[in-house]
Structures are given as structure tokens and as C-alpha cells.
Design a protein around this ligand. Structure first.
Ligand SMILES: Nc1nc2c(ncn2[C@@H]2O[C@H](COP(=O)(O)OP(=O)(O)OP(=O)(O)O)[C@@H](O)[C@H]2O)c(=O)[nH]1
Ligand SMILES: [Mg+2]
Length: 442
């Protein structure tokens, strides 16, 4: 859904990265392009205006961090503000005694029935016992569609004759769930082409009768800003607890996903990403923001490094990693940092395409192994740490004695270190994952 936007943003950041220092006018020029890219992606213009103003204020403000290049700083700020715009992660509220009622509302064709089935499947997988309810008995075709899906998934579907008013159907369905010890009732309510008075009243009535814990609007992401308007209106008339954006797998430009939370104040809970019943994703603002910026979890890596590493050191380490100038002194320092930061392999996992290599390079190190490695390196002279090649047999014996280890263990460490060094070099030469960091000027 965000391909175009991602391309454009990467383009903007690519240009920034080529500059050593950013002047205020560089930032302004970049933000103008960001603004255009967002507008072209059909993001609500007020949301865009607000977003760009926030980023600008922070980017030209006092927030200078020595570990990051100016371009990285702008990326970091854009990323953080994008997350803010997308909202907090929000789960379904299924607290309290069952049955829990989830009411799905939305315009005709937005994907309510499909989403009802997807939700039911998901809930059953996590141990719930769902009941699907055809809450619009006036349309026999709609009832049949739900029945077919229920059969396919082996999930019970509640329905009544076309003459029973929907609020009564829903109340009866909840009673049925109680009797049959079903834990979650999912209401597939009626859809209209447009918002109309009758539908709104019916939904309000259903809400009154069954007090749903969740009232979720199912909105079609392909309809862009219309989805945002519809959500706003439903929220004001019926009151919503969450949003589900469907057809996020299509070629929607992403504007609805980016603006809908900001405009309505209602959190997005799920994304529909296909017609199949398993095509439903939880909504993670941070992941989505990274995806929109097109940088995998490199951003997380930047953040983690910042938190734990001494900032100067992070930069120096990054340079050495990229140039393959990593020595045993760095190795030891890295080990200490690893204690604060979590295993190196975990950190490297966050660089796209790196996880396989990182497992070979930095297998999980136990505390005890770590102590031994530190002891061995501590017993070396500075010259040996900087240039391990000079460590001959007699030096190895001395180091082993000094560290209370064996020559074999010293050999093992040196072999491990050499392998790591080799991989670092390989990685930083080709188009490896480090190429990205280099591009950003680390
Ligand atoms: N690609 C894609 N198609 C979807 C998604 N969700 C729903 N659809 C399709 O959208 C169409 C309409 O979905 P329905 O679930 O029937 O929509 P509805 O809101 O129940 O429609 P009414 O009951 O007529 O109001 C169907 O063809 C679905 O297969 C999705 O996330 N991705
Ligand atoms: Mg339907």
C-alpha cells in the first residue's frame, strides 16, 4: 500500500545523506518534498501540515545528537513523528466475564462479513469460542455469505428470519452464546452505500441492547480520505472503540492509514490484507512507520545503540565495523556493551538480511563464556589486542596462564575473532547490509 510513498521518502533521505552538514534550508527543502509525498499519498492535508510542522520544529531545534549524522537525525525525527501520527498500538478489549460482544459496522462492501470471519478465526486460534451473528437479516445474500464462511471455518453462525429486527437478533444471539458457553459474539451488521439516518439509528439501538465491548468500524483503505470521513461520522453518531482498515493489500495510497487515527482519535486495531480468512494483521504503528520509511528495523538499531552505547563510541564502532578495522580491544569493549544491550546477534538481527550471518558470527554467548573471553583478552598486552597476529605460541602460553585458561581456549577465541573480522570485511565491501549504514554516513 505504501510503495510509492516509501520510494519518494527514500529519495528525499538519500539526497540528505549526501550532505555532510544540514542547513536550515536543506531541512526545509527536504520537508517540502516530504510534504508533497504525503499529499500525493492522499494523507489528510491538516495531518500533513501538522506533521511537517512538528518535524521541522524538532529538526532545526536544539536536539543535536553527536552519534547521528544530520540526515539520520532527520530520519529519526520523521520516524518518531510518523509513529505518533499512526497512534498507540491497541489490542481488542476482551476483559471481564464472557461472552464479549464485538460489533462490526461499516459501509456496504467495506469488508465487514469477511472481517467478521477473519476475526472469528483469529480469536478461536487464541482459545476463544466465537459465535458469528448475521445481524442484518433483511439481506438473505448477506446471511448466506456469512453462513458459507462459518461452515468453511467450522464456526457457528447465528441467524433469524428476515422479519426480526436486527437489535432483537443481536440480543437473542448474545443469549444463545451464554447458553452454549461461547465466549465471543461477533456482530456482522448491515451496510449501506452511504451513511443514512435509519442505519445509524439501528446501530445505536443494537449498541444499547447488547453493550458491545468493541465497536469496530470496518473501512476500505482504497477509498482514501472517504474512509477517514466515514470513520469520523460513524464515531460521532455511534461511538467507535477501534478501526479495521481492509484492502491494505491493494493499491491504496496509504493516506487513510496515516490520517485516520489523527482525524478521528480512534485507534486502528487491525489491517485486512487479503480476501482469505487468515489475511488479518494486528496493527503495529512502529513497524508500519518503519515500513513506510522503507528501512526495516535499522531504525531500531539506531535507537538501541544510542541508548546503551556511549555515543561517541557507537559512532567509532560503526566506522570500524564498516571498514573492517575491528580489533580485540573493540571486541572486549563490545562484549561489555553486549551485557548492557543484549546479545550482539540480537542486535545484528535487526539489520535486514543479516539474521543468518549474525547467528554464525555471534552465537549466543553465555555469561561464563563471556567472563572467560574477557579474562583472556585482559591478559593480553595492548599491542596484542591491537594486532593479534603477533600472538605466537609462547605468548599464547603466557596469556593462558595469566587468564587461568588453556592454550586451546586462547586459540579458540583467536579463531572466532578472525572469522568475525573476515565476515565484517566481506559484509562491508559488497552491497551488504552495512552498505546502508555507509550510505547514511556512519
Ligand atoms: N483484497 C482484499 N479484499 C477484501 C478484504 N476484505 C474484504 N475484501 C473483499 O471485499 C469484498 C466485500 O467484502 P464483504 O466482506 O462482503 O463486505 P461487507 O462489508 O460485508 O459488505 P456488505 O455486507 O454488502 O455491506 C469481498 O469481495 C471481499 O473478498 C481485504 O482485506 N483485502
Ligand atoms: Mg456483509
Amino acid at each position: 500500500m505504501f510503495e510509492n510513498l516509501t520510494d519518494k521518502l527514500q529519495n528525499v533521505f538519500g539526497k540528505l545523506a549526501k550532505r555532510g552538514k544540514l542547513s536550515e534550508s536543506d531541512v526545509d527543502a527536504a520537508l517540502r518534498e516530504v510534504r508533497l509525498a504525503l499529499l500525493e499519498a492522499d494523507v489528510n492535508y491538516k495531518v500533513v501540515k501538522d506533521f511537517v510542522a512538528r518535524v521541522r520544529e524538532r529538526a532545526v531545534g536544539a536536539e543535536v545528537m553527536r552519534t547521528l549524522t544530520p540526515a539520520q537525525q532527520v530520519i529519526k525525527i520523521v520516524h518518531e513523528e510518523l509513529i505518533k501520527t499512526l497512534g498507540e498500538p491497541s489490542k481488542l478489549d476482551l476483559s471481564g466475564p464472557p461472552p464479549h460482544v464485538i460489533m462490526l459496522v461499516g459501509l456496504q462492501g467495506s469488508g465487514k462479513t469477511t472481517t467478521a470471519a477473519k476475526l472469528a478465526l483469529r480469536l478461536r486460534k487464541s482459545g476463544h469460542r466465537p459465535l458469528l451473528v448475521a445481524a442484518d437479516p433483511r439481506r438473505p445474500a448477506a446471511v448466506t455469505q456469512l453462513e458459507v464462511l462459518g461452515k468453511q471455518l467450522d464456526i457457528p453462525v447465528y441467524q433469524e428470519s428476515t422479519t426480526v429486527p436486527p437489535p432483537t437478533v443481536c440480543a437473542n444471539a448474545v443469549r444463545r452464546a451464554e447458553e452454549s458457553a461461547l465466549s465471543t459474539v461477533i456482530l456482522d451488521t448491515g451496510g449501506r452505500l452511504h451513511i443514512d439516518e435509519e442505519l445509524m439509528q439501528e446501530l445505536v439501538e443494537i449498541k444499547k441492547r447488547v453493550s458491545p465491548q468493541e465497536v469496530l468500524l470496518v473501512a476500505d483503505a482504497m477509498t482514501g480520505q472517504d474512509a477517514v470521513r466515514v470513520a469520523d461520522e460513524f464515531n460521532q453518531r455511534v461511538g467507535l472503540t477501534g478501526l479495521i482498515l481492509t484492502k491494505a493489500d491493494g493499491d491504496a495510497r496509504g493516506g487513510a492509514a496515516i490520517s485516520i487515527r489523527s482525524v478521528t482519535g480512534v485507534p486502528i486495531k487491525f489491517l485486512g490484507v487479503g480476501e482469505k480468512t487468515n489475511a488479518l494483521e494486528s496493527f503495529h504503528p512502529d513497524r508500519l512507520a518503519s515500513r513506510i520509511l522503507g528501512m526495516g528495523d535499522v531504525l531500531t538499531l539506531i535507537e538501541k545503540a544510542e541508548e546503551a552505547l556511549d555515543q561517541e563510541q557507537a559512532l567509532a564502532m560503526g566506522r570500524k565495523l564498516v571498514k573492517g578495522e575491528f580489533d580485540l580491544e573493540d571486541f572486549r569493549r563490545q562484549l561489555r556493551e553486549v551485557k548492557k544491550m543484549g546479545p550482539l546477534s540480537q542486535l545484528l538481527d535487526m539489520i535486514p538480511g543479516f539474521s543468518q550471518v549474525s547467528k554464525e558470527m555471534a552465537p549466543e554467548i553465555t555469561d561464563q563464556q563471556m567472563k572467560r573471553i574477557e579474562a583472556i583478552i585482559n591478559s593480553m598486552t595492548m599491542g596484542e589486542r591491537r594486532n593479534p597476529r603477533i600472538i605466537n605460541a609462547s605468548r599464547k602460553r603466557r596469556i593462558a596462564r595469566g587468564s587461568g585458561t588453556t592454550v586451546q581456549e586462547v586459540n579458540q577465541l583467536l579463531a572466532q575473532f578472525r572469522q568475525m573480522q573476515r565476515m565484517m570485511k566481506q559484509m562491508s565491501s559488497g552491497r551488504g547490509p552495512f552498505a546502508f549504514l555507509r550510505q547514511l554516513g556512519i
